[in-house]
Write a protein that binds this ligand. Structure first.
Ligand code: SF4
Ligand code: SF4
Length: 440
């Protein structure tokens, strides 16, 4: 709490009262950048995309940082509960619904009606020409938006949790992997006429990595890089993933490397308290996430069978499975719902209910890992901060009150429960497997 006596439940409270000059200027600059972005939709920017890129993206980024950084720096580090449940944007109010509709609308246009944003795509042509040697498409535009969101909101995260070395390190890590491995390296591969590849996405999160079509394309590519990429995908899926999860739990991937987790931890941070903590949600989570894992496993097996029998037995069946998986899971679930519903269902909708990679990592974490969150039950004052801000909907407080270790398949090891605990009750630890489950 900031201790001020001016917190009001009035619908018309003056949110600008605590703003200093920099923040007000930042809001103005951000608003101008946003306005320019929408002006660009009309095609006004096509004559000089570089200038309008600077006026729209540049001003939005600078203005956003001018507003966010001073606002967080004048408050104590860490979570502040003041006003969060009175905020329309952060507690499913009208603003949250508007943001949610805009997010989902953007994804629908991006996937199925990209011609509607063709002028935005032209806007990032100069950057695309530098990085990829060719003009932009909708996926390059998406990558630019995505990376900027992770970088700006990641900076916000670092300032907000400046008291926690763990939060600073892991946020820097997701920013690094998004910028380097999910944006710059894939672009440079295109520039050098090499196969498109993401070194930080493995099967089953990126199912194509182990599909025969990808193998054939990579093998057909001259030079050794295609073979190395196949090797990398196989090693990361079958060897590195279980080994790293054994030592560190699923956090090594979900909270330090993955781009989906990176967006959830940065852009999604203002919405993490919206995750459903009910037992019903936990039940739905288990049904959905393992169903998606079965779906992708069956699809991958059918594709290989079909490839082995040269299509003589399965006909179009495996192709149909692959198309439906791409549409239902790849586009609708992970994109439209997974990100579009941040302001309504919390920041980890996809990671919690849909991601097949999280399902595998979760099984390994629960039954074959050194990771656990230990709880010092005698120190807990039942404030509930930990449960409130657990983005995976885990009722952390219930474990803390019993002094019971938290060994849950869904925990992504973000460490926010520990960072917001005023009593230092919770510790993320890697230790011997014995006595991980210290159920009272
Ligand atoms: S239990 Fe803690 S570390 Fe695990 S997901 Fe929830 S907040 Fe993050
Ligand atoms: S573990 Fe910490 S944050 Fe959670 S209820 Fe207890 S005192 Fe509060």
């Amino acid at each position: 709490m900031n201790g001020s006596a001016d917190i009001s439940m009035s619908l018309s409270q003056n949110v600008h009262q605590d703003m200093n000059v920099t923040m007000k200027a930042g809001l103005g600059v951000f608003g101008f950048g946003l306005l320019m972005l929408f002006v660009c939709l009309t095609g006004a920017s096509n004559a000089n995309p570089a200038l309008f890129f600077f006026l729209s993206f540049g001003f939005s980024v600078v203005g956003g940082l001018m507003y966010i950084v001073p606002q967080l720096k004048k408050s104590p580090a860490g979570i502040r509960n003041n006003n969060i449940f009175f905020s329309s944007a952060m507690s499913r109010g009208a603003i949250a619904w508007i943001i949610g509709i805009l997010f989902t609308g953007f994804y629908i246009v991006l996937y199925w009606f990209p011609h509607l944003i063709s002028n935005w795509i032209r806007l990032v042509d100069p950057l695309s020409l530098i990085l990829r040697g060719k003009t932009a498409d909708q996926w390059f535009l998406y990558g630019t938006f995505y990376t900027l969101a992770v970088l700006i909101m990641g900076t916000r995260m670092i300032v907000k949790y400046r008291h926690s070395r763990y939060q600073i390190l892991r946020t820097s890590s997701v920013m690094f992997f998004q910028l380097g491995f999910a944006f710059i390296i894939p672009s440079l591969l295109e520039l050098l006429n090499q196969p498109g590849f993401y070194f930080t996405y493995f099967w089953p999160l990126r199912p194509y990595s182990l599909w025969p079509s990808d193998f054939q394309n990579l093998l057909a590519h001259p030079g050794g890089l295609g073979i190395f990429m196949i090797f990398w995908g196989v090693i990361m899926t079958f060897i590195a993933t279980p080994v790293l999860t054994y030592f560190f739990g699923k956090r090594w991937y979900c909270s330090w490397v993955c781009g989906c987790g990176g967006l959830a931890e940065t852009l999604g941070d203002p919405f993490r308290q919206l995750s459903d903590k009910s037992l019903r949600a936990w039940k739905i989570e288990r049904i959905l996430i393992y169903s998606v894992l079965i779906f992708v496993t069956v699809t991958t097996s059918l594709l290989w069978l079909n490839s082995y029998f040269s299509g003589t037995i399965l006909g179009n069946l495996s192709g149909n499975f692959a198309s439906w998986y791409g549409f239902l899971i790849g586009s609708v679930f992970s994109g439209v719902i997974g990100t579009g519903f941040y302001p309504i269902m919390g920041s980890r909708v996809w990671c919690r209910f849909g991601c097949p990679m999280a399902a595998i990592l979760g099984i390994l974490q629960k039954y074959y890992s050194r990771f656990r969150i230990t709880t010092n039950g005698s120190q807990c004052i039942s404030c509930g901060n930990c449960s409130t801000y657990c983005e995976m909907g885990i009722d952390v407080r219930a474990y803390a009150q019993r002094g019971e270790n938290i060994v849950r398949a869904s925990c992504v090891g973000c460490g926010v429960c520990s960072a917001v605990c005023p009593r230092g009750v919770l510790n993320l630890e890697n230790g011997p497997s014995e006595k991980r489950f210290n159920i009272q």
